[in-house]
Design a binder for this molecule. Structure first.
Ligand code: BGC
Length: 246
């Protein structure tokens, strides 16, 4: 059994756990610390360090997710975290801080990889899109199981607005939308995505997917939509998997 650490940096919480890479499952309970109000790299770094120290028996490279575009370890966008992340070499910073190789990647890409390997997308061929509806809208695009990294289809424009402001989980919370209204928003968003990409399958993930039975039946769209299976742990599992080069 190979076990590696995955850490998931989100707008509200930073969570980490050892992952059994063969099973694609957590090898121990995850450890969560709320995201600091000031989510600058150094503040977040202190928390990631605490999480890593919580699991002293797990060695090797560490995978860390971030809610933005990450190319070659450098963060390029930061819609819901401090803007100080933009242009920041996260792989180098975390690698120096933790004294081990660290790979940072987009959060939705990590969650998508976990779902494709171990969850709702297992053995699925063709074009599959994982959409996470939480603080923002995350997206991971696959063709025959191969990831096209850093797609940002959560920010397509709908009625002149960023889709994320219309259909994310936080849009629902902020506007106190009833489920029927929220379903209409998600339907509009999914229909637009479908018209642009014509995928074979959409996997719905993110915090709100736990409540899919409250609204998904009212989302009428051509493409089949299934809910994610790894739920809260997808980011952690995907991060550990990708950092281990699997
Ligand atoms: C970011 C994405 C991220 C998503 C979910 C969006 O605002 O632009 O990169 O995957 O939020 O966290």
């Amino acid at each position: 059994m190979t076990v590696r650490l995955g850490v998931d940096i989100g707008g509200t919480g930073i969570k980490g756990a050892p992952v059994d890479l063969e099973l694609g499952d957590l090898a121990a309970d995850r450890y969560r610390i709320p995201t600091p109000r000031k989510s600058k790299p150094h503040e977040v770094g202190k928390i990631v360090e605490q999480i890593v120290q919580h699991f002293p028996d797990v060695d090797g490279p560490i995978g860390v997710t971030f809610p933005g575009v990450v190319i070659g370890g450098v963060v390029h966008t930061s819609a819901n975290m401090d803007r100080g992340w933009i242009g920041f070499d996260a792989d180098k910073f975390f690698g120096d801080l933790l004294g081990r190789p660290v790979t940072m990647m987009n959060d939705a890409d990590a969650a998508g990889v976990a779902e494709m390997r171990f969850g709702a997308g297992k053995d699925r061929k063709g074009v599959v899109i994982m959409i996470t509806l939480s603080t923002g809208i995350g997206c991971a695009l696959f063709n025959n199981g191969v990831l096209v990294p850093n797609t940002e289809l959560g920010h397509i424009e709908i009625d002149g607005k960023d889709a994320e402001l219309l259909a994310s989980g936080s849009a629902r919370d902020n506007e106190r939308l009833p489920w029927k209204e929220y379903a209409k928003r998600v339907q509009k968003y999914f229909r637009r995505l479908d018209a642009l990409l014509w995928p074979d399958l959409v996997i719905l993930g993110g915090g709100i997917s736990k409540e899919a039975e409250k609204f998904l039946a009212d989302v009428k769209v051509r493409v089949p939509v299934v809910t994610a299976e790894l739920l809260n742990n997808a980011g952690i599992v995907g991060a550990a998997t990708l950092a281990a080069g699997r």
